[in-house]
Design a protein around this ligand. Structure first.
Ligand SMILES: [Zn+2]
Length: 173
């Protein structure tokens, strides 16, 4: 997580395996970025920082990178389309599901109040203040949490099933 982050996941103390970025760098390989261009070594170091800071878990839904086949994405919290940059303070680790749903969105509608609110910012906000697990379902506790759950489609049938399977094997509690 960024500064304060998701203590729940930080406490879990998972062994952190070698990420795709680490592996590529150690083998001298060039990493293909998601949105075109070529990463320099310095940019790779930033990507590694974001991964390690997040304990290799999605900073939105908590899914561990080791539990999925597709490596997590480096998410621009404030998308480049909206003036966001590549600084570590604007980057978070996001699973493919959360990242694709978030896209260039900055805000969402709180389904409980109909209010337009900014999406959860993992670098500035504490996960447990905005979300809670109810079994395999993620519940939003605040307007920010509820809007983020909805925009990122955190409780789609497929994603809840993945969490349920992980709960059953004690990989996500
Ligand atoms: Zn996620």
């Amino acid at each position: 997580m960024c500064r304060r982050g998701l203590e729940k996941f930080a406490r879990l103390g998972f062994e952190q395996g070698q990420s795709g970025d680490d592996l590529a760098q150690s083998q001298g390989a060039q990493i293909s970025p998601v949105h075109g261009g070529t990463f320099s070594l310095m940019e790779i170091s930033v990507r590694r920082l974001v991964r390690e800071r997040a304990h290799h878990r999605c900073e939105y839904c908590g899914l561990a990178e080791r539990d999925v086949y597709i490596p997590h994405h480096i998410d621009h919290i404030r998308p480049k389309q909206h003036g966001g940059d590549d600084s570590p303070e604007n980057l978070s680790l996001s699973c493919q599901g959360c990242n694709l749903k978030k896209g260039p969105n900055l805000a969402g509608i709180d389904p409980a109040t109909g209010t337009l609110v900014a999406l959860f910012n993992p670098c500035e906000q504490i996960w447990t203040e905005h979300f809670v697990f109810q079994g395999a379902v993620i519940k939003g506790l605040t307007p920010v949490g509820r809007a983020t759950v909805q925009v990122l489609d955190m409780n789609s049938r497929e994603r809840v099933k993945i969490r349920q399977d992980l709960h059953d094997t004690d990989n996500l509690t």
